[in-house]
Design a protein around this ligand. Structure first.
Ligand code: SF4
Ligand code: SF4
Ligand code: FES
Length: 241
């Protein structure tokens, strides 16, 4: 068993908002992740601590929290890379209601995917042949660029426009819309552009880029939103909006 090298001064947000930080001393280990720290607190110091995770390998998107003031996926964030000395402050994601402690209510986040028509609309059945899409085509490249989104909401929690204007669809929903806009099999391109071109849609983004800077999957929602701005402007010229 690995032995502790020192102690971390961990502060974890408790309660809904308004709540408060509670201090916990946690043994520090080599290669320890922030999720390891939260799990240690829940197992050994505070059994009632609420937090969310599933895969622990950067696939499910459920473990995102605010770590020393910045939204991050916690299962793949090493303490050594983010601790301020030996201080670690862990809070729920910003821009989302708090259910309890580190658990946020994700309903509005995913409702916005639905509002942005973030679902595939196809015209073929399972009896039809596979569609063949050239991997080198611009549309395929655009679609591939955003397809690995895991729905973690790190970008959403990092977006100032979401904070100022809660109706803004946000970077993840708009990235999803752009991904589907570039899927040549999809049949709802104009309807999707109408869904994202309104006041709370792509034109509200101020292109500052926090979403792109912080996405743990290295996706660029800023570029996706710029694509939607161009596509919706083109659709408006063609009388499709
Ligand atoms: S670039 Fe746009 S969507 Fe991304 S964080 Fe900034 S305002 Fe939000
Ligand atoms: S775009 Fe990146 S940060 Fe935003 S939800 Fe998807 S994976 Fe997370
Ligand atoms: S636990 Fe699944 S992404 Fe972190």
């Amino acid at each position: 068993m690995e032995t502790a090298t020192s102690s971390l001064a961990v502060k974890i947000w408790r309660g809904p908002r308004p709540g408060g930080f509670v201090a916990y001393p946690v043994p520090r280990h080599a290669s320890q992740t922030v999720l390891d720290v939260v799990t240690c607190v829940q197992r050994h110091l505070e059994p009632a601590l609420a937090y969310r995770f599933a895969c622990r390998v950067g696939m499910c998107g459920s473990c995102a929290m605010t770590v020393n003031g910045r939204a991050r996926w916690t299962c793949r964030t090493h303490v050594a890379g983010v601790a301020d000395g030996n201080v670690l402050e862990i809070a729920p994601l910003a821009n989302l209601p708090v259910v309890k402690d580190l658990v946020t209510d994700m309903r509005e986040f995913f409702d916005k995917w639905a509002r942005a028509r973030g679902r595939f609309s196809g015209a073929h059945s399972r009896h039809d042949d596979f569609a063949r899409v050239d991997p080198a085509s611009p549309a395929r490249r655009n679609a591939d660029a955003g397809i690995e989104c895991i729905g973690c909401a790190v970008c959403y929690a990092s977006c100032d426009v979401v904070a100022w204007r809660p109706s803004f669809l946000g970077p993840a929903a708009l990235n999803r819309a752009w991904t589907l806009h570039n899927d040549v099999r999809d049949t709802a391109h104009d309807a999707r552009l109408r869904a994202v071109a309104g006041d709370a849609g792509c034109h509200a983004c101020h292109t500052q880029g926090s979403c792109t800077e912080r996405c743990p999957k290295h996706i660029a929602p800023t570029a996706a939103i710029a694509g939607l701005k161009r596509a919706s402007a083109g659709a408006a010229v063609r009388g499709k909006l």
